[in-house]
Structure formats: C-alpha cells, structure tokens
Design a protein around this ligand. Structure first.
Ligand code: KIV
Length: 262
C-alpha cells in the first residue's frame, strides 16, 4: 500500500486535492482509519481529554505520547502518522530535538508543536535533523491558561495579522504542514493561499487544504460536543469514516453550520 508522505501533502496542495485527517491513539482506530483510506492520522495530545479524562491537554507526558504513537504506528500501513509534542516538551532546541527524535523512533513520520515565530529556530533545527514539522496556530490548547478558555482566535485585525505572520514564519523555518484551529474562515483562506506549506483546518471553515477532527468526537464516543464538529455517530464506524473522507474530499464538510466565524 502507498503511504502518504510530505511529498503527497505538497502535491495535494498544488493539485487542490483536499487532505482528510483524523486522530487515532491506538492500533484499532488506526486500522479502521487506514481501511477507510484516511490520508493523515494525528496521535494528538487530545488523548489527554479523550482517553485519560483530563480537562485539558496539559497533563499529557512524553511517555504517554510515546506509548500511543507506538500503538498507532504498529497498525499504520498507509497514512502519514503525525505525533503531538506534549506541553513542556519543546522548551529549548535541545529538548525539542531529543523528544522529537524519540517520537520519530516510536513510529511518527512528522511531529506537531503549538506556536508560531517564537518556535522558528526550533522548527529549523528539527527540519535540519530530518524531522518533518507541523505547526499548530490559532487556538492552541496547550496555551488554554494564557488564553483564558477555548475561544475563536484572530477575530481582530492585529490578532489576524499575527497569525498570518506566524504562518509565514513557521513555513520559512521549514514546517511542511500547518494546523489552523478555530480561526475565521477568511483568515484561514488567506493563510492557505499565502504560504507554501499545506494547511489543515479544525473549526476554521472551508478554505484550508484539508480538514481534521477528533475521531472520538465525530463518532460520538466522547462526551465532547463542539459546534464545528459534524457528527457521524448515526453510521457504523467504517461507514462514518468513509463518509467523512468523502465530505472532506468533495468540499462538502464543513457546511455553514460548522463554521465558527467568517
Ligand atoms: O490534539 C489534537 O487532537 C489536535 C487536533 C484537534 C488538531 O491537536
């Protein structure tokens, strides 16, 4: 089976083929997503809320991420496997290099970290070390205590400019993928058409190069309900994932009711 790679992401962007992404934290979910034909699987630190029952992603440790990345990697045959770097695991370049290396050795093909221009040096060093990087901008859940809650980001002109500048900065540093979480659709579209890296949106409208949701949320397996999350819970699991992929690829999802801000 042909695996999705960073080259595939670049091709999707130039050919305007949408990238369908979902989360998985174990072998069973990874197998299901592979069978449905998902492009990208994120072993997200959302596992702190979904699997561990915490209120935020902050308690998630490197040991947790390594364990779940190994579980997902063992079953993955076709998707690009991206692993989150958890809170406090990339405070210095040395620490980031050490921890990202561990995630790659656990089976990830790319690591994701939350932040913009402040992480440019770290992103450049990881890239130089052969570690593909995904940057996460907009609503950054690891900064929830700074933000004061889970709110749409980039609604005013200054904030929007900062997020756009951050997207340019992480791309220049070498990031091959940028997750845009809970920002206005118009801003996500501008970023997507401006930067070379592919973009994946969550709660950020239709204009990104791809979409991602937390699988447990869209399957109705978690207690979380978010306005931007379309529910596929009425379908049996494989059918639900196949329908989601179809909706993303055809540009059906996100419909108007799942867009947080224009
Ligand atoms: O941790 C996660 O699952 C994520 C996605 C929501 C993008 O970061």
């Amino acid at each position: 089976m042909v695996k999705t790679t960073v080259t595939t992401l670049a091709k999707c962007k130039t050919q305007k083929t949408k990238i369908a992404a979902l989360t998985a934290y174990d072998a069973a979910m990874t197998k299901l997503l592979n069978n449905a034909g998902i492009d990208l699987i994120l072993v997200g630190d959302s596992l702190g809320m979904v699997i561990q029952g915490h209120e935020t992603t902050i308690p998630v440790t490197m040991d947790d991420m390594l364990y779940h990345t190994r579980c997902a990697a063992k079953a993955n045959t076709s998707a690009l496997l991206v692993a989150d770097m958890p809170f406090g695991s990339y405070l210095s370049t040395e620490q980031a290099l050490y921890n990202a290396t561990k995630l790659m050795q656990a089976g990830a093909a790319m690591v994701k970290l939350e932040g913009g221009s402040d992480l440019a040096d770290i992103i450049a060093k990881l890239t130089k070390a052969g570690i593909p990087v995904c940057a996460h901008l907009g609503l950054m859940p690891q900064s929830v205590n700074q933000l004061g809650g889970y709110y749409v980001q980039g609604k005013n002109k200054e904030q929007a400019q900062k997020i756009l500048d951050d997207a340019k900065s992480v791309t220049k540093a070498g990031a091959k993928l940028v997750v845009l979480e809970c920002i206005p659709e118009s801003l996500a579209t501008t970023i997507t058409t401006t930067i070379k890296a592919a973009t994946i949106g969550i709660g950020s409208g239709k204009g990104t190069d791809g979409q991602i949701l937390v699988t447990h949320d869209m399957l109705g397996l978690s207690s979380n309900t978010y306005k931007f999350c379309k529910s596929y819970a009425s379908l049996e699991p494989l059918n639900a994932i196949t329908n989601y992929i179809h909706d993303v690829k055809e540009g059906v999802f996100p419909e108007k009711e799942y867009v947080l801000a224009l």
